[in-house]
Design a protein. Structure first.
Lengths: 229, 99
């Protein structure tokens, strides 16, 4: 392949990564607003975006806090959701081939979008370009918009009057939506809703969601041997 | 939420990411592990939707949040971007409470 072609492809990777990064990074605003609505202060909210930096886990943590869950159930849900990043890591590690401080720094940016923008690349250089461009764009915007959303949420006051309690459910649904294409996922979704709703009356807040994780385990093990695209 | 809980959760999430980049692929990369790991977000997010929208403490309730979720479904079907879905649901619930 010629140098020109390589450069053209690299520019295309950067352009796509910036697009995904900007689209994703800005929804930190909804996290910021929802988090202060859940009762965290602005600094805790910003610390989560800076240090946890994985959207679904962050929303789960503050959502469980808002629901009045036990102290351990929010972090437990966040960690369970965070396990998918481990799997992403297994998939991209052979492509990125980082070690030492690069691996330690890169790990912080290992999320849905950076995986998606690097896992399809054919060369190590393109994979790294996609990963780093997407990751840094999201990191900068996510933290900036989290702060703005948190400040706006604090200034505007009562989260219920603003409908922010309804925004949490919508955020989870939007994160779930692209995962519902497969039949198995649809079955797991329906069963998980049933388990969670069934446990609301009898278990402390936070526990119904964790119990639904058992559905994933059960279905994942029982469908052994079946193949799905 | 205490700062210690918050920081411990952040550290845990980071270590999960680092493990993915560090553990030899063959240790965890088995079909059953991959399938369960793919399904865990589906299970947790579905349960979170249900609980966030229909639970109030230990009770199930139908209130403005359900209307917000309905709006979110419509917006997702129309392929609206994430922020529009989230704030569309909030706006729907807020307007309903004003009425």
């Amino acid at each position: 392949m010629s140098v020109d072609e390589q450069q053209a492809r690299r520019r295309a990777v950067i352009r796509d990564s910036l697009g995904v990064g900007i689209a994703t990074g800005t929804y930190g605003a909804s996290f910021g607003a929802v988090s202060v609505g859940a009762g965290l202060d602005v600094w805790q909210t910003c610390a989560l975006s800076l240090l946890m930096f994985t959207g679904a886990s962050q929303f789960a943590l503050v959502g469980t806090v808002a629901a009045g869950g036990a102290a351990w159930s929010g972090p437990a849900t966040a960690l369970l959701l965070g396990t998918r990043n481990t799997l992403y890591g297994l998939r991209v590690a052979p492509l990125l081939r980082w070690s030492g401080w690069r691996r330690a720094a890169g790990a912080h940016l290992l999320i849905d979008e950076t995986t998606a923008m690097s896992v399809t690349r054919e060369t190590e250089a393109d994979a790294r370009t996609g990963f780093v461009t997407t990751g840094l764009t999201i990191f900068v915007l996510w933290n900036l918009t989290t702060f703005l959303g948190a400040v706006a949420g604090t200034v505007l006051g009562d989260p219920r009057r603003l409908g922010l309690d309804a925004a949490v459910g919508a955020a989870f649904l939007a994160l779930l939506w692209p995962r519902l294409h497969q039949r198995t996922s649809q079955v797991v979704a329906v069963l998980s809703v049933a388990v969670a709703v069934g446990l609301v009356a009898v278990a402390p807040p936070g526990v119904p969601v964790l119990a639904a994780g058992g559905v994933a385990l059960l279905v994942g093990v029982l469908t052994r041997g079946t193949t799905e695209p | 939420m205490t700062w210690w809980t918050l920081l411990a959760a952040c550290l845990g999430c980071y270590l999960l990411k680092l493990a993915g980049l560090s553990v030899p692929t063959k240790v965890l990369d088995r079909p059953v592990v991959r399938r369960v790991a793919d399904l865990i977000p589906v299970a947790l997010l579905s349960a979170l939707v249900a609980v966030q929208v229909f639970a109030s403490g230990n009770e199930l309730v139908l209130d403005a949040r359900a209307a917000g979720l309905g709006a979110a479904v419509v917006l997702l079907v129309l392929r609206a971007p994430f922020l529009v879905v989230v704030f569309g649901a909030a706006l729907t619930a807020a307007l309903l409470r004003l009425a």
